[in-house]
Design a protein around this ligand. Structure first.
Ligand code: ATP
Ligand code: MG
Length: 401
């Protein structure tokens, strides 16, 4: 038993001692029964957030209106959520009303899939009104109650079904799958950020091939911005056999297989961050360079080292080619410089070598040309040699990179 489990148990016991009901719930119970590692422990209780605050000294209110607080025990965080029901999702984002309820069965009935609607108390007793254990055994993903209703209530559940396929390798129950296809178009009503979060999980599971098949079969690819407009992306997604690590890799993948969709456009449509855009751009340049000339010093120098594994994965997925880890490591270690700061000259020096030229973009072009010449070992990183090399080219830097 993990120490997190012991601490979670302590929370449940303390709530019970104070007269409330409390259980482990959600993904934690599912993964516990499947003997899989889990990242977070969710606890549900009959105590309201205010009541939870009276039981524990350290409580962080994260989503009081939805009944959720974080209880901290020995530096670890546990989400404790009051039993609740949800109703009327008119905006397809949040339930209009969250009603706190007093029994666990009511709470379990608002959950998405039967495997996620099992509660377990501190002694390991299971409460399973929707036969989630049976579905875990038969590896079946099945909504709690009528799938048509549940998907209309919150269409994000449609994406959640395929992302669970990707991580668990389960099959989607027939009626659930049919309703996914029928109500897939409702995904357009959901905020793109939430859809993309699920998309990232869909692409990253060990069983991605199986999940992509369901994703395609239920026509969901045609509900996702960017993907829905691109035959090449859809075709390549269908060929995917190994998982992609994160959303940055998915953006780079889409940008590479369909150049009519630039990284900029994908990032805008999916409302992603500037950092993801910059990283996806780096990956696209590195892979284009690899396509032309294989692994080379300049390409590795330009790629931030934390993206090395993404490069390896994308080259494998897109080109069916393997770059050994070792090659990248050796090239990185042997680069003449690791970053521009290590040059023995700077912009001020270069400006002095052209005393009559007013400052302008030419300076940046020279700096990059010098950097390239040093990284590719045309010249050593010595001030006098660099100056000579610059003088030998006259006014304009060579444009061979
Ligand atoms: P993971 O292992 O990826 O965290 P999880 O099942 O814990 O999977 P969460 O998103 O952390 O998924 O949600 C926790 C629990 O809350 C779920 O197991 C499910 O019971 C419930 N839940 C989450 N999202 C929804 C939803 N959209 N509709 C209904 N119930 C949901
Ligand atoms: Mg979870």
């Amino acid at each position: 038993m993990s120490t997190s489990f012991q601490k979670g148990k302590q929370i449940i016991q303390r709530l019970k001692e104070s007269g409330y009901d409390a259980y482990f719930v959600g993904g934690y119970v599912r993964d516990f029964l499947l003997e899989r590692e889990t990242n977070d422990i969710d606890i549900a209780t009959s105590a309201t957030p205010d009541e939870v605050k009276t039981v524990f000294p350290k409580v962080i209110p994260v989503g009081i209106e939805h009944g959720t607080v974080i209880v901290r025990i020995d530096g670890e965080s546990f989400e404790v959520t009051t039993f609740r029901e949800e109703s009327n999702y008119t905006d397809f984002r949040h339930p209009d009303r969250v009603k706190f309820v007093t029994n666990i069965e009511q709470d379990l009935s608002r959950r998405d899939f039967t495997m996620n609607a099992i509660a377990m108390d501190d002694r390991g007793t299971l409460i399973d009104p929707f036969h989630g254990i049976e579905d875990l055994r038969s590896k079946s993903i099945c909504t709690v109650r009528d799938p048509a209703l549940r998907f209309q209530e919150d269409p994000l559940r449609i994406m959640r079904a395929v992302r669970f396929v990707s991580h668990l390798g389960f099959s989607i129950e027939r009626n659930t799958k049919q309703a996914m296809e029928e109500y897939g178009s409702l995904l357009a009503k959901i905020s793109i950020e939430r859809v993309v979060q699920e998309l990232e999980k869909l692409f990253s599971g060990l069983f991605v091939k199986k999940a992509i098949f369901d994703f395609w079969e239920t026509d969901l690819m045609n509900q996702i911005p960017i993907m829905k407009d691109s035959e090449p992306i859809q075709e390549r997604v269908r060929m995917l056999r190994i998982p992609l690590g994160n959303i940055t890799e998915i953006v780079a993948f889409c940008g590479l297989v369909d150049s009519t969709h630039s990284v900029r456009r994908i990032v805008e449509e999916w409302k992603l961050s500037r950092q993801i855009r910059a990283e996806a751009d780096h990956l696209v340049s590195a892979i284009n360079s690899y396509k032309n000339s294989g692994v080379n010093d300049w390409m590795i120098y330009r790629l931030p080292s934390h993206l090395d594994q993404s490069l390896i994965r994308l080259v494998e997925v897109i080109m069916d080619d393997k770059i050994p880890n070792e090659i990248i490591r050796v090239i990185r270690n042997q680069l003449p410089i690791a970053e521009r700061k290590q040059l023995t000259i700077n912009g001020v020096d270069v400006a002095k070598w052209f005393p009559n030229k007013p400052k302008g973009p030419w300076l940046g072009q020279w700096m990059e040309a010098i950097e390239h010449a040093i990284v590719t070992r045309k010249i050593p990183n010595e001030k006098s040699k660099i100056k000579e090399w610059v003088a030998s080219h006259g006014e304009h830097p060579p444009t061979n990179h």
